[in-house]
Write a protein that binds this ligand. Structure first.
Ligand code: S3P
Length: 171
């Protein structure tokens, strides 16, 4: 009967590699509601990868489009919305997510995040000479902002996606 109580969209926030898309997809399936991913919506609308958008138009352009997409998605019927890792940092995004949704932070330590993102080329922010150190820096800066989410769930290497879904629902 969980669908009956889902009055607002559940918005997954947190670092790249925390599992927002994987857990969000499974959560939506469990609840029987639509799943949407703001990065995927942007890629679809622009016909470019996230890395290409950053490269061609810059991060600020990406952030502005991201805000538009999240606003539009929050107007849809309640579902699960997975956001890009930087989305929750902008005050205007936090405000609309707070007003029109319920935010769930997927937290994970840097070790786990790094293990998940190190082989992927899709994250433009990690294209530095020392991506692991960059990830750590980003994490340290963002942690206090992510902590403003309505709910938080800790990811651990031993938790399967289904365990994470259980924890989000419990929270
Ligand atoms: C970003 C995270 C990415 C994507 C973009 C910027 C960030 O999304 O939106 O590369 O600032 O943390 P994921 O969190 O899905 O990797």
């Amino acid at each position: 009967r969980l669908t009956a109580v889902l009055k607002k969209t559940v918005v997954m926030v947190g670092m790249m590699g925390a599992g927002k898309t994987a857990v969000g997809t499974a959560l939506a399936a469990r609840l029987g509601v639509p799943f949407i991913d703001s990065d995927a919506a942007l890629v679809e609308a622009s016909q470019m990868s996230i890395a290409e958008i950053f490269l061609r138009d810059g991060e600020q352009f990406f952030r502005d489009r991201e805000t538009e997409v999240i606003s539009r998605l929050l107007d849809c019927a309640p579902g699960v919305l997975s956001t890009g890792g930087g989305a929750f940092l902008a005050e205007r995004n936090r405000q609309m997510i707070h007003e029109r949704g319920i935010s769930v932070l997927l937290d994970a330590d840097v070790e786990l995040l790094w293990n998940r993102v190190k082989h992927k080329e899709t994250r433009p922010l990690l294209r530095t000479s020392n991506p692991r150190a960059t990830l750590e820096e980003i994490y340290a800066i963002r942690a206090p902002i992510y902590a403003k989410a309505d709910l938080a769930v800790q990811a651990r290497p031993e938790y399967a996606i289904a365990d994470m879904v259980d924890k989000v629902i419990e929270a």
